[in-house]
Design a protein around this ligand. Structure first.
Ligand SMILES: CC(C)(COP(=O)(O)OP(=O)(O)OC[C@H]1O[C@@H](n2cnc3c(N)ncnc32)[C@H](O)[C@@H]1O)[C@@H](O)C(=O)NCCC(=O)NCCS
Ligand SMILES: Nc1ncnc2c1ncn2[C@@H]1O[C@H](COP(=O)(O)OP(=O)(O)OP(=O)(O)O)[C@@H](O)[C@H]1O
Length: 206
């Protein structure tokens, strides 16, 4: 166990930069990591009806079916609708973020004896950012992230690009919030990522 301070640390960066890989390295070092994408899935369960009511009209116009045969939200179809239209994405975020924030804060508050890492691509949209002592920003060039996404996800290239576009100017969002950012480039091997991450953590006494 290398972590010795009780604190909240942010782990962020654009899609397919390597946050999950970084999270594994941090877990191996004894940090407690929560994945905000998973938290957002739980939050969706709580706001599902509101989401379906909010996008029924636009989905019908685009011939997109938002529910599965079992009557649950079809996340991929919802994503297809939302990531192609920033206004709709903002409407969705206004519905779901209060619940995401509630769940993340609850998690932090129930683990006050540990150093908690919040793995969240859009951490700046959450009030949890204010609780972070610093933010680790994992990054990689667009083309590398695109190749990783193509290999990992079964999304058509146009939808990968839509998702990337929804995260334009991500780094600037943290800069403008005056956060202590530790930038880690992940364009090489995982071994290099580990070394860089450890070096940055050491610079903050972890
Ligand atoms: C739109 C939804 C239903 C699509 O679900 P889907 O299962 O297809 O994707 P998943 O949730 O696994 O997200 C995959 C990646 O998309 C990107 N992404 C997700 N939400 C957003 C967003 N609001 N803005 C920009 N990029 C996003 C992230 O890089 C994320 O890692 C879902 O992403 C969602 O509810 N997003 C809003 C909540 C959110 O911002 N989640 C991020 C947690 S910080
Ligand atoms: N240094 C690396 N070398 C090889 N493959 C990598 C490296 N870093 C990440 N990957 C691979 O790229 C893909 C994306 O990585 P990862 O899931 O860690 O990114 P992420 O930033 O967490 O993505 P998302 O925002 O979509 O959750 C994964 O399949 C992962 O195994």
């Amino acid at each position: 166990m290398t972590a010795r301070k009780q604190a909240v640390i942010g782990l962020t960066g654009p899609m397919c930069a390597g946050k999950n890989q970084a999270a594994e390295i941090l877990e191996q070092r004894g940090f407690l990591v929560i994945d905000a994408d998973q938290t957002a899935r739980r939050a969706m369960d709580a706001v599902e009806k509101d989401v379906l009511a909010a996008f029924g009209t636009e989905a019908a116009e685009k011939d997109i079916l938002l529910t599965t045969k079992e009557g649950k939200i079809d996340r991929r179809q919802l994503g297809k609708l939302l990531f192609a239209n920033q206004q709709l994405l903002a409407r969705h975020e206004a519905i779901i973020y209060p619940e995401i924030d509630r769940l993340l804060n609850e998690y932090i508050d129930s683990n006050t004896d540990k150093t908690v890492v919040i793995n969240a691509p859009l951490l700046y949209k959450s009030n949890v950012l204010a609780r972070c002592v610093f933010v680790i920003y994992i990054d990689a060039p667009f083309i590398i992230r695109f190749l990783r996404a193509s290999k990992r996800d079964t999304l058509p290239p146009s939808q990968i690009i839509d998702r990337f576009r929804a995260q334009n100017n991500l780094y600037a969002q943290y800069i403008s919030r005056n956060v202590d950012i530790l930038k880690v480039s992940n364009s090489g091997t995982l071994r290099v990522l580990k070394r860089r991450l450890e070096k940055q953590l050491e610079s903050r006494g972890y």
